[in-house]
Design a protein around this ligand. Structure first.
Ligand code: NAD
Ligand code: UDP
Ligand code: UDP
Length: 319
């Protein structure tokens, strides 16, 4: 019999790719989402599949279902969205984690947490290794997300220590690709949509801050490998692309690839915006036998194609 897999946040950007991949591998998928940032459109192609079920539910409330594995992704990931209702963001991370851990405890099934590089805050150690405890402002506008995700990690490890749960924690670094929300404010979607519409490309600050961009297919591959590890592997394990770019370089690359005459403009840097970020992926290489395969330009081609096909929708959403 096939496995039944729960994906919370499954109608979001990463979640929708994960659901598709799990179905392709022969699992039954239960996708749970409250559609805060995710949409039915992201999983439209899966709705006719009899092995796929979509349930509207908010993970801050208990969930009683029967499954064999849990991927916990429910949480807005873009600063614009997670700062829209910061209290709900912390609730989603913390109460969502408690409920999904309670579910995993009752069912005695493995549970994977989509944690984040934001647990390192504005890092003073570079590149970031899992052993680094981070440099996080507990009271700033990013804290609802950063501290919510840190507390979720704490809960995962306490459920491990107290209840011997099979936990898997990955720390995801900036990931991009098709099905990102066109207006979610993250840098890759912003730059690509701005360039496609011939609008100004908005660099925040002077563009010298760095990020490392992982294509979504590579991330999904790491998630599935992580779930497949034996019970002794808990993480946290960094998943991301170790090739680092300045935001200015990213802007130049997008302008070069889309070529609609967009100009680069400079806007103020948001509060607590991390200056640098690059994962040390030694653990992912050693434990998961994983490293990203898709280079930035290659991933951008697919992302640009996607947003181009969505331009009508993008224009409508911007009205
Ligand atoms: P996303 O916003 O596209 O997806 C999040 C999904 O969770 C959405 O479908 C949203 O509707 C749903 N959701 C939010 N609150 C919920 C709630 N209370 N109950 C049920 N569903 C809820 O973001 P994403 O980029 O796909 O991120 C997925 C996960 O990966 C998140 O947990 C995020 O923190 C983590 N992550 C992503 C990145 C990245 O670069 N994409 C980086 C680090 C961590
Ligand atoms: N929970 C859930 N589904 C389940 C089992 C538990 O949503 O199938 C929730 C439950 O409502 C509780 C949380 O998970 O709020 C934590 O459960 P746990 O058993 O760890 O704690 P307790 O119920 O003892 O507080
Ligand atoms: N950024 C930018 N222009 C934009 C959106 C973002 O210069 O239109 C910058 C942002 O200030 C940050 C980087 O790009 O330094 C990555 O931002 P994103 O919101 O994608 O992710 P995060 O800050 O969470 O890594």
């Amino acid at each position: 019999m096939s496995k039944r897999v729960l994906v919370t946040g499954g109608a979001g950007f990463v979640g929708s790719h994960l659901c598709k991949r799990l179905l392709d591998e022969g699992s039954d998928v239960l996708c749970v989402d409250n559609f805060f940032t995710g949409t039915r459109r992201n999983v439209l192609e899966l709705l006719d599949n009899k092995h796929f079920e979509l349930m509207r539910h908010d993970v801050t409330f208990p969930l009683h279902v029967e499954v064999d594995e849990i991927y916990n992704l429910a949480c807005p990931a873009s600063p614009v969205h997670y700062q829209f209702d910061p209290v709900q963001t912390t609730k989603t991370s913390v109460m969502g984690a408690i409920n999904m851990l309670g579910l995993a405890k009752r069912l005695r099934v493995p549970i994977l947490q989509a944690s984040t590089s934001e647990v390192y805050g504005d890092p003073e150690v570079h590149p970031q290794q899992e052993a680094y405890w981070g440099h996080v402002n507990p009271i700033g506008p990013r804290s609802c997300y950063d501290e919510g995700k840190r507390c979720a990690e704490t809960l995962f490890f306490d459920y491990r220590r107290q209840h011997d749960l099979k936990i898997k924690v990955i720390r995801i670094f900036n990931t991009y690709g098709p099905k990102m929300h066109p207006n979610d404010g993250r840098v890759v979607s912003n730059f690509v949509v701005q360039a496609l519409q011939g609008r100004d490309i908005t660099i925040y600050g002077d563009g010298s801050q760095t990020r490392s961009f992982c294509y979504v297919d590579d991330l999904v591959d790491a998630m599935i490998r992580m779930m497949g590890t034996d019970d002794s592997v808990t993480g946290p394990i960094n998943t991301g692309n170790p090739v680092e770019f300045t935001i200015k370089q990213l802007a130049e690359t997008v302008v070069d690839m889309v070529n609609t005459g967009s100009r680069v403009v400079y806007q103020p840097l948001p509060v607590d915006d991390p200056k640098q970020r690059r994962p040390d992926i030694t653990k992912a290489r050693d434990i998961l036998g994983w490293e990203p395969k898709v280079q930035l330009r290659e991933g951008l081609v697919k992302t640009i194609d996607y947003f181009e096909s969505q331009l009508g929708t993008v224009a409508k959403a911007a009205e």
